[in-house]
Write a protein that binds this ligand. Structure first.
Ligand code: ZN
Length: 263
């Protein structure tokens, strides 16, 4: 078949579904191929970008490990948020009590725990895909550091470690800067501080891996990092005891993910 005939046949078939005023088979092939390669590359792209960021952070490790909290965080302000949200945990039935004065239906901007289970049974993920742990949980400056600090470039995406209700998103907790607090069940909450930008609002429900903020340098902070806490009730616990091992993902035989500045 001559080429001009082949173009006409292909064009005729394609024309049925897409119109074919200017399309020839070469163009069609090229566009289809590009679209399919683009789709297939999305996952690879993400992994490869994470790998590149991690390599960059490892190269800058000496600088990044100087980025951490600069001073006090208001414990009282955090406990106030936790206690207020606890009042709602498991109480949202959306039905009034027999006395007619019961739980009000959730209103926008108010804490709600309708979707929070009594006990979260799933796994946790790290709050960022790449970064350097610049300060561990535990004794620091004669006090207890209630989280771990993970340093990275400002704008590094920060993700929900598990399904949760957003019980706080704002900059009103002294020292924490722009901070998000998530409630995962009746006891467990997580906190992400010093963000440059918040991507969720109080009252939102998020699933594991939802982008909740962009890492930053707000509040009492020496440089871009996320101060990250996990609490059971009022008590902060070492996130490393609950999170997966610190090397997160694996691709092309090379391990990626969070690195400790001590490595
Ligand atoms: Zn910290």
């Amino acid at each position: 078949m001559k080429r001009t005939h082949r173009i006409a046949v292909v064009c005729g078939l394609i024309g049925i579904i897409s119109g074919c005023s200017t399309l020839n088979d070469q163009q069609w092939y090229q566009e289809t191929k590009e679209a399919s390669v683009k789709a297939a590359d999305t996952v690879t792209d993400t992994t490869s970008k994470t790998f590149k960021r991690m390599q960059h952070y490892l190269a800058e490790k000496d600088v990044l490990q100087t980025f951490h909290d600069a001073g006090e965080h208001s414990e009282a302000a955090v406990l106030d948020v936790l206690h207020k949200s606890k009042l709602h945990a498991g109480a949202n039935t959306s039905k009034a009590t027999p006395h007619g004065t019961g739980t009000a239906p959730p209103t926008k901007g108010q804490p709600t725990s309708a979707a929070v289970p009594q006990k979260y049974a799933g796994n946790l993920r790290w709050p960022v895909d790449a970064g350097i742990v610049s300060s561990e949980f535990g004794a620091r400056w004669g006090k207890q550091h209630k989280g771990i600090d993970i340093a990275a470039d400002a704008g590094e995406p920060v993700y929900a470690i598990a399904d949760a209700d957003v019980i706080y998103a704002g900059d009103g907790l002294r020292g924490y800067g722009n901070v998000v607090i998530l409630r995962h069940d009746a006891q467990m909450t997580s906190l992400y501080a010093h963000n440059s930008e918040l991507k969720v609002h109080q009252g939102d429900h998020v699933t594991q891996g939802t982008l909740i903020s962009l890492l930053g340098n707000t509040g009492h902070s020496t440089g871009p990092h996320v101060h990250f806490e996990i609490r059971e009730g009022d008590t902060a616990i070492n996130p490393r005891t609950l999170l997966p091992p610190s090397k997160l993902a694996e691709a092309g035989g090379q391990r990626l993910g969070i690195a400790s500045a001590r490595n």
